[in-house]
Design a protein around this ligand. Structure first.
Ligand code: PMP
Length: 291
């Protein structure tokens, strides 16, 4: 990924993709003092761009640092990246991190950097998986308690157990993992929120120790618009077999059906299909209403 041609917005200027490097004494590399966003552009416009830029700034604030650009400036930089790279449908990755001025744990004097990259990335999962549904394995790692990790921040450090979970799932022949939380409740996948369906109603865990995804909130809104009841509640792992459908949501994953959670099969797709279509429609830029 680092050897491509293209341009990355880096601390206020466009730099050649291959030249966007950081020093090995970068604070973020040692202590995970970095936060990021994942967002998609559809037909030239980033879906919920301003919400992503605001979340990026909030994520940094939660880690006790300030990004030296406003959310409006981050929005503008994202648009510049798309234009400079001639991209209309793309995945984008803004990243903010503490630099290499000093290396102690106390890091107030470190400059904060911001870089924004974009590239074509059709799907988090393969096309086949998006059609047939992904197969998930249970992770042995738990999402930590709210007083053990700054869960509302999209902080790089929180992804350590996600990579471990994904690798463990892949080693068992699955493509992703479903994680429980510190209480043993169903939480989320490694980079996406999870939803279940039973008797025409949608059930999803309360985001009280994991990221309340922008896609999650969008899909809840779309479901309600269609008159589908959405229940946010505690979901126990042993209830999984009672559900008829399951899907994941995320900016990268969009709405992806789940075919199996380690032996529990989900074959029905009615509401899942509705949500896939509603989301695919919602992300498209809306043309100004005809006068
Ligand atoms: N949980 C985790 C751990 C994630 O990485 C993501 C992707 N950002 C999500 C949930 C979904 O968030 P969003 O819908 O805002 O992309």
């Amino acid at each position: 990924l680092d050897q491509r041609d293209g341009w990355i917005w880096f601390d206020g200027e466009m730099r050649e993709w291959k030249e966007c490097k950081v020093h090995v004494l970068t604070h973020a590399l040692h202590y995970a003092s970095s936060v990021f966003e994942g967002q998609r552009a559809y037909n030239g416009e980033v879906f919920k761009l301003h919400e992503h830029s605001e979340r990026l700034r909030k994520s940094a604030n939660i880690l006790d640092f300030e990004i030296p650009y406003s959310a409006d400036e981050i929005d503008a930089a994202c648009r510049e990246v798309l234009e400079k790279n001639n991209l209309t449908n793309a995945y984008m990755r803004p990243l903010a991190w503490r630099g290499s001025h000093e290396l102690g744990l106390g890091a107030h004097n470190n400059p904060v950097h911001l870089a924004i990259a974009a590239w074509e990335w059709p799907s988090l999962f393969s096309m086949e998986e998006k059609l047939k549904g992904v197969r998930l394995a249970w992770s042995d790692w738990q999402r930590p308690a709210p007083d053990s990790a700054p869960f509302a921040s999209k902080a790089s450090g929180l992804y350590m157990i996600c990579t471990l979970s994904k690798h463990a799932a892949e080693a068992k022949g699955y493509s992703d993992a479903l994680m429980r939380d510190y209480r043993g409740y169903v939480a989320e996948a490694t980079g996406a929120n999870v939803f279940f369906i039973k008797n025409g109603e949608i059930h999803t865990p309360k985001p009280d120790c994991f990221l309340d995804g922008i896609t999650r909130r969008t899909v809840i809104g779309l479901a309600k618009e269609q008159g589908i009841n959405v229940i946010e509640r505690v979901i126990m792992p042993d209830e999984i077999g009672d559900f008829e459908e399951c899907f994941l949501t995320g900016s990268a994953a969009e709405v992806t059906p789940v075919a199996e959670i380690e032996g529990t099969i989900f074959e029905k797709r009615d509401i899942c299909q509705k949500m896939i279509e509603a989301y695919a429609d919602a992300v498209q830029p809306k043309k100004a209403a005809a006068e």
